[in-house]
Design a protein around this ligand. Structure first.
Ligand code: ADP
Ligand code: ZN
Ligand code: ZN
Length: 732
């Protein structure tokens, strides 16, 4: 017998299938194996087992060993890996890696076992005790204990009776030990009771609609608090009862402890959590629980779409519009697309849920490609919170230079005096966005990137938010020596300091990337706030997602238009989504909520539509703009990015790539809506100079994209990286 093997080396030169002889048992399709490769041994995955080979037998080497008894990959996950290879333009090895926990590939973590001790068969405890020496009290107690308990782990017994007693009785054959596989399970502390609720009529209709539609994809368009989560849970429950498995994706799992709590409460050990915040051992074990069928529900961020489940019945993507569902590093995949493929492959239903669906999904629903389900009302019938716009231009004219409008100050005072909680949102961490010299106008910049540095007061350092570099804070301008330095743009650190001045008695928490570095960071802050150990939570978009704090009656949005003026075709869409989401944090319980939105462009249509929760109005306006300007979802944006440390090399390669692609463009002019070559918006990043060839053409032209890939990727070299991005979330 022979096996086709993909070796675990993600290099284009070995991106092919290698044949090996099978000389041992247990080699199946999907098995991980160790094979000789050149002078070394490498790991690989068997993708096919066959009777014969076209090569002369003596030329084929033999598989050295099988790494696990159970094949790590299934036919289903292998088919998905093929899909990733051909749609994300990566090597087969790189695609396969998505389906394996890192820990497993590096062989760093092994399964853990617990030693369990019990009485050996046929042992009569009373008779045995009579045979013991009088002084062997511990042995006696141990025997009595086990005759009561039946069995116990060796750790507990050693603690209670000392390991001498345990060892002696084991050696005499009175006790028996066996190994039991142990799973390290994360978030043990998350134990909520399951809320018993009766689904509303609308929720029941939504569930039936997902189950009965002949369409693979259903889009649940429901405002925050409309009961979407309950619908997801019920759908998962039904799938499990039908003997199927389920996948539930959330944007950033560390940020959604509530969702985890609910899943745990309802499904207990049937649910396994996959995410990068777990310890290596936990992740490895959760993965195996899914692979072996011990757990049937995979919960996680985008990469959980690659969960090793068989027989998937339902896939749920919550907050489907969220940017985190598009992977920004290779393999660059779009989770909704991969999920659609997986659902079709295994005959599952895919449910996308959002209060602000992506334009693309809503367009698909309108066109009838998706099954559209609407949940327009909040469960508690509470109206969505009132939004008041604070015009910051007027504030400045009035001489108010603080980050807070008078309206927000007034509302904060009221909220706190009533004993309620407030959340303050702004999308800038650190103290100030930039540090500027007032004499010569020089802005402190990163030496490896073409971007300005952010001042972090706690660290008293200047940080590059793009490459992470840290610089000493300056006390004079590095250009002219002037000591007059101004802080431009407010960050979360500064907001906390200013708020504390205004409300000396208020307890304030801050949540941003700097305060949530360790595994439990998010958890601790959110828990403290939920337990009302603080009055105000200041944060970046981390605080915008799904949290449900009943005592929050005020949300302040400090820089509503910051993301509006980004040079990105999606900025209006993102702003609308973010504002709606943040506003949704207020007034979720009995008391009604209030939102104060500060802006320099109070008349912008996106803000107007966001404050009146007019998604459809926003959709109609934005989609017609996209159509008129030939942007996604009507076209695909394709960017070939060229980067190199040497500017000359980058430029030379860019010219070659451009010349090559230009030929393609000339031949297909009717297909292209845009074709151009230029510096990337951030000209230098992490010491690399960056150029791009930017293209737009009608959506879904796979042969054209294949062609672009083939023509451009051949310019990849040792000193230059040429990469292809299709509809990237970030066009920096
Ligand atoms: P969404 O996911 O749309 O934001 P949730 O499912 O979290 O909404 O529901 C909002 C709140 O309403 C939650 O506290 C939830 O427990 C509650 N809820 C949901 N469905 C029902 C129901 N049928 N009866 C009573 N309460 C419900
Ligand atoms: Zn200066
Ligand atoms: Zn940098």
């Amino acid at each position: 017998m022979f096996a086709d093997v993909i070796v675990d080396i993600a290099h284009s030169q070995v991106d092919k299938i290698f044949e090996y002889k099978i000389g041992c048992d247990g080699v199946f399709v999907g098995s991980r194996v160790r094979v000789p490769f050149g002078k070394y041994f490498v790991e690989g995955i068997v993708i096919k087992v066959k009777e014969s080979s076209e090569y002369p037998s003596e030329k084929i080497k033999e598989i050295s060993s099988v790494l696990e008894e159970t094949p790590a990959l299934t036919n289903e996950t292998l088919a998905m890996a093929d899909y990733i290879t051909s749609n994300c333009y990566v090597t087969k090895a790189a695609a396969l890696r998505l389906f394996l926990p890192v820990e497993m590939r590096k062989g760093k973590v092994r399964e853990q076992f617990t030693k369990i001790i019990s009485l050996a068969d046929g042992i009569n405890v009373d008779e045995t005790i009579l045979l013991l020496r009088k002084s062997a009290v511990k042995q006696r107690d141990l025997l009595l204990f086990l005759s009561e308990e039946g069995e116990q782990t060796v750790t507990v017994l050693n603690e209670k009776f000392g390991n001498g007693a345990v060892k002696t009785l084991l050696s005499r054959g009175v006790l028996l030990e066996r190994l039991e596989k142990r799973f390290r399970s994360p978030y043990k502390e998350l134990n909520a009771d399951r809320k018993q609720i009766e689904l509303t009529e609308k929720q029941k209709i939504a569930i039936k609609s997902v189950e009965n539609t002949d369409k693979t994809v259903s889009l649940i368009f429901g405002v925050t608090g409309s009961g979407k989560t309950e619908v997801y849970l019920e759908l998962i429950d039904r799938a499990i009862r039908n003997g199927k498995s389920a996948i539930m994706l959330v944007p950033e799992i560390a940020l959604t402890p509530q969702m985890l709590k609910q899943l745990r409460a309802r499904f207990g050990e049937k649910a396994a959590i996959l995410h990068s915040g777990l310890s290596a051992g936990e992740r490895f074990d959760e993965w195996w629980r899914l692979r072996t069928g011990e757990a049937q529900i995979a919960i996680g961020a985008r990469s959980a779409i690659f969960a090793p489940l068989s027989n998937v019945g339902i896939i749920i993507i919550d907050e489907e519009h969220d940017g985190s569902y598009v992977s920004e590093s290779s393999p660059r995949y779009n989770t909704v697309e991969v999920a659609t493929f997986r659902a079709n492959l295994s005959g599952a239903k895919l449910v996308l849920g959002s209060a602000t669906p992506s334009l693309e999904s809503f367009l698909n629903a309108k066109r009838g490609d998706y099954n559209l389900i609407e949940l327009p009302d909040r469960i508690n019938k509470k109206p969505l919170p009132d939004v008041e716009i604070a015009d910051m231009r007027k504030e400045i004219r009035r001489g108010n230079n603080s980050p807070f409008s008078s309206t927000l100050k007034y509302e904060l005072e009221k909220c706190l005096s009533q004993g309620n909680q407030a959340m303050i949102f702004l999308n800038q961490r650190g103290y100030s966005k930039t540090v500027i010299c007032t004499e010569c106008g020089h802005v402190q910049k990163c030496t490896s990137c073409d971007v300005s540095l952010t001042y972090h007061k706690e660290e008293n350092a200047l940080l590059c938010h793009y490459c992470g570099a840290k610089y000493k804070m300056v006390d004079a301008c590095t250009e002219c020596g002037s000591r007059f330095i101004r802080y431009g743009g407010t960050g979360t650190e500064r907001v906390v300091i200013e708020l504390q001045k205004l409300f000396p008695n208020a307890k304030i928490l801050r949540m941003d990337r700097d305060t949530t570095q360790n595994k439990e960071g998010h958890f601790n802050i959110l828990n403290a706030f939920a337990e009302r150990k603080a009055d105000i939570l200041v944060g970046t978009q981390m605080i915008a997602k799904g949290h449900d704090f009943p005592a929050v009656t005020l949300v302040g949005i400090l820089d509503a238009d910051m993301s509006l003026h980004f040079n990105d075709f999606r900025s209006a869409e993102r702003t609308f989504q973010l504002l709606t989401q943040v506003a949704g944090r207020s007034g979720r319980d009995k008391q009604s909520g209030k939102v104060v939105l500060q802006t320099y462009s109070p008349d912008h249509h996106v803000l107007r539509q966001a404050i009146s929760y007019d998604y459809e109005g926003f959709f109609n306006q934005e989609i017609s703009i996209r159509k008129a300007t030939a942007f996604p979802p009507f076209t695909d944006i394709c960017r070939v990015l060229i980067s190199a440390e040497d500017d000359e090399v980058a430029l030379e390669t860019t010219r070659s790539v451009f010349e090559e692609l230009k030929k393609l463009y000339e031949l297909n002019k009717d297909k292209f809506r845009f074709f151009g070559c230029m510096k990337a918006p951030i000209k230098r990043l992490q010491n690399k100079f960056r150029y791009q060839v930017l293209m737009r053409f009608d959506k879904g032209d796979k042969p054209l994209i294949d062609n672009i890939y083939q023509l451009s990727s051949k310019f990849n070299g040792r000193n230059v990286l040429v990469s292809l991005e299709i509809n990237p979330t970030n066009l920096n």
